[in-house]
Design a protein around this ligand. Structure first.
Ligand code: ZN
Ligand code: ZN
Length: 403
């Protein structure tokens, strides 16, 4: 089969790989009809996630058709259309029982994570050996462990391009809002207008938030936030975000800030230098701005990826202002049924983030396009070779927004 394989820093290729086979009674094999690249895959692409090995298959967001199931898989059967959860969870450990699926105790045995964090979090598809070393779903087929929990059956009236956001980004956007308990009356600032930031805005809208302020440095992404959510926007290269947010809220500060950028995006010279010199692994420019721009007793959620250590973290502002700061990887399986219902009813149409549709052969080129933020790209869908035109009416070549 074809798979998108990591060969080293900024070197990914579509290679031939053996098709995965069932490895446990709770496994399923899914034939992938649509897959995509996540903003967090760019961290892998740049070789900045520890324990990524040459030969790893990347990808953690996909929709497909169940090809084969192990004897203990009862929730789906061959032929079912399904969405695959990015998060691999057992369903039976204490954390899973509480619905904290990305904290599953049993699906990741990384010793590096044990050393870094004191404990391991869950496995995640295609995201290095620090989260289990599972082959990802930027491929024609994927093996899904714990398939009873890791697959969501899709009704025929929800097409791939709407369902694929349930693997990760729409659930992650919801998680950000859940962690910071957003609702009507809140002014919510979202740092980062990539696919996850935009989904955080969509989830805020679904929860009745009326005022969203979007912060980014890329004009077309800010345009999407304005068009889709009537967001007020701040280009942080033109205006200092903390000052701007203070002005927009009559000096009060925002009620909630969502950090949707992550560790790799240093914007200040001091973090750029410290990262280069390996004095820190993570830059906290956006998070530091979020902490300063949030009102006293406000709430902050961190859903951009962070890995290790950061300097100049504004611990003083966080403590003295009585802020609640929460973070974490998404509990996909806790949210995806509810969000599928919202998509099905038309309350939510997440497909506004899809800007490009490409044949899977072009997956490596798609990484470059996505990384360079060229051609107004927000989210790229990829169609593996097993995809049949009759099933989902999808083009074999690029259809893009106007260049
Ligand atoms: Zn993702
Ligand atoms: Zn578990």
């Amino acid at each position: 089969m074809q798979a998108l394989v990591f060969h080293g820093k900024e070197d990914v290729r579509v290679d031939e790989r053996p098709r995965p086979v069932l490895g446990a009674p709770t496994d399923a094999i899914v034939r992938i009809t649509t897959t995509t690249i996540c903003g967090s895959d760019l961290h892998l692409f740049h070789g900045e996630i520890p324990d990524t090995e040459k030969g790893d298959v990347l990808g953690h967001e996909c929709v497909g058709v169940v090809e084969e199931v192990g004897p203990d898989v009862t929730e789906v059967q061959p032929g079912d259309r399904v969405c695959v959860s990015a998060v691999i969870a057992c369903g039976t450990c204490d954390y899973c029982q509480k619905g904290f699926y990305s904290l599953c105790d049993t699906t990741n045995h990384s010793l590096i994570q044990q050393e870094l964090y004191g404990q391991q979090t869950s496995g995640i598809f295609g995201y290095s050996h620090i989260v289990g070393g599972f082959d990802g779903c930027q491929a024609a087929y994927v093996r899904v462990p714990h398939a009873n929990l890791g697959l969501l059956k899709l009704p025929d009236d929800v097409p791939d391009e709407k369902a694929i956001v349930l693997s990760d980004i729409l659930c992650t956007g919801w998680h950000a809002n859940q962690l910071s308990d957003t609702g009507p009356g809140d002014t919510v600032a979202v740092f980062g207008c990539g696919p996850v930031g935009l989904m955080a805005m969509e989830a805020a809208r679904l929860r009745g938030v009326q005022r969203i302020i979007a912060i980014d440095n890329i004009g077309y992404r800010l345009d999407v936030a304005r068009r889709q959510f009537q967001a007020e926007t701040i280009n942080f290269e033109e205006n200092e975000p903390v000052k701007s947010l203070r002005e927009l809220t009559e000096g009060r500060g925002v009620d909630v800030a969502i950090e949707a950028a992550g560790f790799r995006y240093a914007t200040s010279l001091r973090h750029k230098i410290q990262k280069k010199l390996l004095l820190e692994t993570d830059a906290v420019d956006a998070l530091a701005s979020a902490i300063r721009a949030t009102r006293k007793a406000g709430r902050i959620s961190i859903i951009g990826d962070f890995i290790g250590y950061a300097n100049q973290f504004p611990i003083g502002a966080m403590m003295e202002k009585s802020l609640t700061v929460r973070g974490g990887q998404v509990y996909v399986q806790q949210y995806w049924h509810m969000l599928l219902d919202k998509i099905r009813s038309g309350e939510c149409d997440p497909s506004f983030v899809i800007t490009h549709k490409l044949s899977f052969n072009l997956a490596a080129e798609a990484y470059r396009l996505f990384d360079q933020k060229a051609d107004n790209v927000i989210k790229i869908l990829l169609y593996p070779e097993t995809h049949t035109e009759q099933q989902h009416d999808t083009p074999a070549v690029a259809t893009t927004t106007a260049a």
